[in-house]
Design a protein around this ligand. Structure first.
Ligand code: NOJ
Length: 774
């Protein structure tokens, strides 16, 4: 069906309903809309009136993949649903032309010609792939994250996609959990700001009216809620946390995205305190809808309705479907629980048609706002797709984004940067020197893994015609995961046959540059580990290389904090590159050569060993805090490991050094409704220009409930020329001091507060104090 024919049909129907009803208030259903716009609500209502119960339920049904791959509707089940107008949305199909063809089929076959909403997981870029979200968060550069999300949206919206299953805003404090790679790390304050930046970037709107532009992408905050607290870091595992922890730690980034205007939410797979999130009325109705006033739509995660049976919360799919709609869920991803049972449930009086109307209204509203009723093909612009996908400006941004995400963890004797004009023989060793497939990391949905630049390619380009000469040996391989068993493959355990050659080259070099890490599918969904050391025999190879006595630079490619206890003691330099995306090799070479001075800092603690997990900086003090200066018995400590992490939150080095001095506070007393201003001077005391992330931490010394030893409450990323000093200032007001008191009221309690202006969460050198008066 052509666009004009479609418009005539829909236009006539909508205006017909407008005439017959005459009033905006006499609606089929009353619901709190996302836009609050009576005209949009009226249009939604008009369409709702035309729909049969089957068609309504069909809108609540989401499929994955191609229901008509051959160009005509197949006689499969989804094809049949399509003919009945019973597919509201599909996901992870791509391409302007392909999606146009699917939409055409929908308009041709379905009675009411309601456009399908095409969705996808565009997590860190569409084709131009940016660093994994965890890495990007280490940039502490909100503009950068907003920009990469915008670029992802530009590429996705030209390729047929109107709805994105991102951002993932789950606070995560367990590096065993593979999905830490998708989020912004462990901190609530910072995670909330990143969540907002990503929603701004994807949606690109100032008001709901902007959704009608062809390059705006509806974002989806996921996974509601507390998915990151999965027991023992095992994916999909149960979550049992106090209501206080839920409110203090896990809810805030979600709330932040509601404040930013996010238009949709996704459920989490886990059960929360005994109730699976997908059937959890408390979180979806009481908190999200009633307390936060969210008017957008909610989709389940993949088969999450069905999974309530395995959770032991529903006896069958019919009951699960009822639990889910009762909880406030609008769309069923894959389970077919709604499409199979809602009609029956309505007939039996167990679900009301009003509940269905409300869910459908929310879905239709988004289709109206996205302009799909005006032009169902508005996201299918093959020309624009050709023009924008992998545009040189996008690649440039991806390279900058990768540079700014790389964390320098150790740099003894200033071995880096590796200057181009100083004669050096460098032995390149390790499975990641030429690894290409992994560089995009997981969830690089359409990122062509063959197009990513390897480290070898980046170095060859950077050091062409320079005094630096490379030799290369792979040394060992990366162990694989057996797809059939989802376990580390028994048949592909790396051997040591490559060690001798690698050690031989190392002996003839001045520096050994080792590139190691995890294969990309070792993190991400369902990719959890109990041992977070370098996989396979990579550490063993490092031990052999160490015996040569040559300096070792270790560059890491991985999707989670690793246990680097041996490496941090024994190699000279550690560069945490994560998975940098399409421009990987070039960006890493920029950093190694000093063309970009690293400025990233960790947003997730690196433990010394898995036994310390969960370990995060804003822990409680306990009644027996351990004091390293006077260790005594019966203090809160281990007998076989320090309490402190290997690398703390907020930590990262630069090729220059920064000195903090002159901490000042405007007043040692703060009146209610007032504020205090704290500041410190930061000086670049090294030899090159650089950027520093200056962090503000606050400790509420006594509370009606115990408070963390410190909490991040501000940061500024500043650029300093060599020798330059800047005064960095933060304003502290009541809002920044607020907490949930013993009765769960959000307020600031009077009393004493400590403040640190710091280079990382473990830096306590610039300390201030003040009192909040009654
Ligand atoms: C399951 C994942 O948990 C979710 O994040 C993703 O959006 C869906 N699959 C769809 O791919």
């Amino acid at each position: 069906m052509s666009k004009s024919h479609f418009l005539i049909v829909i236009g006539l129907l909508v205006s017909l309903m407008a005439c017959t009803n005459g009033s905006h208030t006499n609606k089929v259903t009353q619901w709190k809309s996302y836009s609050g716009d009576p005209d949009i609500e009226h249009k939604v209502d008009s369409v709702l009136r035309l729909m049969t119960l089957d068609e309504k339920i069909g809108q609540m049904n989401q499929y994955s993949g191609n229901f008509a791959a051959t160009g005509e509707v197949n006689d499969n089940k989804s094809g049949e649903y399509l003919k009945k107008g019973m597919i509201g949305s599909t996901f992870n199909t791509f391409g302007a032309d392909h999606i146009r063809m699917l939409q055409e089929q929908n308009l041709k076959y379905s009675r009411l010609k309601i456009p399908i909403l095409f969705a996808a997981d565009v997590i860190h870029g569409l084709e131009t792939t940016f660093p994994i979200p965890l890495a990007e968060a280490c940039s502490w550069d909100l503009d950068l994250m907003e920009k990469s999300a915008r670029i992802a949206a530009e590429e996705a919206t030209a390729s047929g996609i109107a709805w994105n299953f991102a951002p993932m805003v789950d606070i995560a404090r367990d590096p065993r959990w593979g999905r830490v790679m998708e989020g912004a790390g462990e901190d609530v304050y910072y995670g909330s700001l990143v969540a907002r930046a990503r929603v701004r970037g994807f949606q690109g709107i100032n008001s709901y009216k902007d959704f009608a532009k062809p390059n705006t992408l509806m974002a989806c905050t996921k996974h509601f809620v507390a998915y990151g607290a999965a027991q023992a870091g095992r994916d999909y595992h149960s979550v049992d946390i106090s209501n206080r922890t839920l409110y203090e730690t896990y809810l805030p980034p979600f709330k932040a995205t509601v404040d930013e205007g996010v238009a949709s939410f996704m459920t989490a797979f886990n059960d929360l305190n005994g109730v699976p999130c997908t059937g959890n009325k408390y979180i979806f109705t009481d908190i999200l809808r009633d307390a936060w006033g969210f008017g957008g739509m909610v989709v389940t995660d993949y088969t999450a309705i069905t999974e309530m049976i395995d959770h032991g919360y529903a006896a069958n799919l019919k009951q699960a479907a009822k639990l889910s709609i009762d909880a406030g869920i609008d769309m069923d991803m894959i389970s077919e629980g709604f499409v199979t049972y809602l009609k029956e449930l309505v007939k039996e009086g167990k679900v009301s048609e009003k509940q269905i109307d409300v869910a459908v209204a929310r879905i239709l509203e988004m289709k109206f706002l996205l302009g799909l009723f005006d032009d169902p093909y508005r996201y299918c612009n093959a020309e624009r797709q050709k023009e924008v996908v992998m545009h040189p400006d996008h690649l440039k941004a991806a390279r900058e984004g990768a540079q700014r995400s790389i964390v320098l963890l150790k740099n003894d004797n200033n071995i880096l940067p590796l200057k181009k004009d100083i004669v050096k023989r460098v032995a390149l060793i390790g499975p990641f020197v030429e690894e290409r497939e992994s560089l995009n990391g997981e969830w690089a949905i359409k990122g062509d893994r063959n197009k990513s630049v390897t480290l070898m390619e980046g170095l060859r380009e950077k050091y062409a015609n320079s005094a630096v000469k490379f030799t290369y040996a792979q040394g060992t391989t990366l162990p694989a995961i057996d797809n059939a068993t989802r376990h580390i493959s028994e048949t592909q355990i790396p051997d040591k046959s490559g060690f001798a050659n690698a050690v031989g080259l190392a002996k003839k070099s001045d520096i050994i540059l080792v590139a190691m890490g995890e294969k990309f599918h070792w993190s991400g969904e369902a990719a959890c580990r109990t041992d977070i050391t370098l996989p396979g025999n990579q550490r063993e190879l490092l031990k052999e290389l160490k015996k040569t006595g040559k300096p070792i630079v270790l560059v890491l490619f991985n999707g989670r904090p690793l246990d680097l206890s041996w490496e941090s003691e024994n190699v000279d330099v550690i560069v945490e590159a994560w998975y940098p995306g399409t421009m990987s090799g070039l960006a890493v070479a920029d950093v190694l050569a000093g063309d970009y001075n690293p400025s990233a800092k960790l947003v997730l603690t690196f433990p010394r060993n898995v036994g310390q997990i969960p370990i995060f900086y804003n822990t409680k003090n306990t009644g027996r805090p351990f004091d390293e200066n006077s260790p005594k018995d019966y203090k809160s400590s281990y007998i076989d490991s320090p309490n402190s992490p290997l690398f703390p939150f907020g930590y990262g080095l630069s090729y220059t050094t920064f000195e903090y001095s002159n901490p000042t506070i405007s007043s040692v007393e703060m009146a209610r409704g007032g504020n205090v201003i704290v500041s410190a001077d930061v000086t670049n005391t090294g030899e090159v220009a650089g950027e520093e992330v200056v962090q503000l931490y606050i400790h509420d010394k006594v509370g009606s409930v115990t408070r963390p030893v410190k909490e991040l409450k501000g940061f500024k990323k500043i650029h300093l020329e060599k020798g330059e000093t800047k005064t960095v200032e933060f304003t502290i007001d009541e809002d920044l001091l607020s907490m949930y008191d013993i009765d769960m009221n959000w307020l600031a309690e009077s009393g004493d507060f400590e403040v640190w202006i710091a280079t990382s969460s473990s830096d306590e050198s610039n300390h201030l104090e003040f009192t909040l008066l009654d």
